[in-house]
Design a protein around this ligand. Structure first.
Ligand SMILES: Cc1cc2nc3c(=O)[nH]c(=O)nc-3n(C[C@H](O)[C@H](O)[C@H](O)COP(=O)(O)O)c2cc1C
Length: 152
């Protein structure tokens, strides 16, 4: 099984609202493909972790690379792992700003991985921690049409 982590920015042509409407479909596909996933949203930037059999994860990442919703897609990590961090979680979606508002304080790692799911995955834990601290965010140039990267 592999674990792949990427970051991207939401194409400004789309809204977060619209994304919400698509999540159920993504979740159903992940379930069919035997994929576990954590998707974090912050300031219109994403960090997603995909876990599953190599062929399934690579196939999904290929879909993602062709999806115009994403800009500045950046592959952060792809490694072989023994066990998933989020078994039985086809798509765990966390809007970190919404969660911070609910909690009344900035989001901590423990608010996301409530049951220590990331504890045996140091590398993944580091990326998630860094993302909620503001790293791996994309800065789309103002007033310019951002370019889609990684298009084939
Ligand atoms: C932030 C973000 C996360 C996504 N995550 C998934 C996912 O976990 N599983 C999935 O099947 N599609 C996901 N997608 C959609 C894919 O990028 C792609 O559009 C889709 O798999 C292609 O199939 P479709 O044309 O039937 O939508 C995601 C898209 C975005 C913008």
């Amino acid at each position: 099984m592999i674990r792949l982590i990427y970051s991207s920015a939401l194409n400004p042509a789309y809204s977060v609202q619209e994304l919400h409407g698509l999540l159920a479909g993504y979740r159903a596909r992940n379930q069919r493909m035997g994929i576990n996933s954590l998707l974090l949203l912050m300031n219109k930037d994403f960090l997603q972790m995909l876990e599953g059999e190599e062929a399934a994860v690579d196939e999904l990442y290929d879909f993602i690379q062709h999806d115009q919703h994403h800009l500045q897609l950046t592959l952060l990590s792809r490694e072989t792992v023994d066990e998933p961090c989020f078994p039985d979680q086809p798509l765990m979606f966390v809007d970190t700003e919404e969660l911070a508002r609910k909690l009344g304080h900035p989001v901590h790692l423990s608010n996301i991985a409530l049951h220590g799911e990331l504890d045996h995955a140091e590398r993944a834990k580091r990326f998630v921690q860094e993302f909620i601290n503001g790293k791996w965010h994309h800065h789309l140039p103002n007033g310019q049409n951002p370019q889609v990267v990684h298009r084939h």
